[in-house]
Write a protein that binds this ligand. Sequence first.
Ligand code: F6P
Length: 360
Amino acid sequence: MKRIGILTGGGDAPGLNAVIRAAVKTAILQCGCEVFGVRDGYDGFLSKHGIIPLGLNEVSGILPRGGTILGAANRGNPFARKVIRDGREVVVDMSNELVDSMRHSGMDALLVLGGDGTLRIAHELYQKGIPVIGVPKTIDNDIGGTEVTFGFDTALNVATDAIDRLHTTAEAHHRVMVLELMGREAGFIALHAGVSGGADVILIPEIPFRFDSIIAKIRQRVERGSLFSILAVSEGAKPLGGTEVFSRGGDEIYVPRLGGIGQIVGDYVEKQGYEARVTVLGHLQRGGTPTAFDRWLATRYGAAAVRLAARGGFDRMVSLSAGQITDVALEEALAVPRRVDLNEDAVITARGMGISFGDE
Ligand code: F6P
């Protein structure tokens, strides 16, 4: 192996730069390879100045930085790319052009740092001959085949800090504070932050909720003398028999955007006579410096991805299993997305401590 490429696709997540740094250092110092960065996800292969050399100088000082020095794009699917042809916007398959560009660049391996969408594209590109290695990235922690993705711990810490802050003002004003958190169809951020921050109600996509059950919990607390409540609500949470709430629909380029369930819950709570305020934490969960855990995990993933490439372990993804870095087939990792297991310790612990999931 002489030349490695790295790209970061999908939404950004804290720790991307730590992976890039570890991969570049390992590739140069351990394997004696050249490294190239692909800008703005897969788009970099299709644009004029989209491939840049990455040396030790380029990765110096990036370990604590959020975002990605390579740029990211969550609408850069080469199999369905929006382009202007004859003055009209059309969606075309440009995967063959991408394959040509990769061959032309002389890369022997491509490290793809991404979530399920980006990794699925990587797996499809492997069928076209691109030697890919996946690195699981997302704050949602919803990728199969690994115990944890990098980025999740940072988001969780931001969300827990937000709950701590809401606690003090909720208590002062005797209010119900609703905090809407990211996670798509997985409730890990709301569950872990809710438990870590001491929320009274946690609503996650895996457990459809009933409005009257939420009110019963708030009322019970008031009767016991706790005049405030904290609700951690996952953006993908939905009422029993209802559907997820979207702030914008999807099309062939954009995925639908979840958002709005927190406000709906807050409005209902107010109608029942409890003063409520709603906070949507949004992209604050994705920004800023990664936690030590995410830097540690990202660094191990980055180095392991290069070692895996050197062994020719293509179409695979580095993963964490029982605290050790290992790897799994991309197909296996993508087969079943990771969701909160209702029979696992976290949910059982929360229920046992009186936290409501809005289902009882
Ligand atoms: O997948 C990461 C994530 O932050 C989700 O939690 C959220 O639903 C989505 O991306 C937001 O995407 P965008 O950055 O396109 O608004």
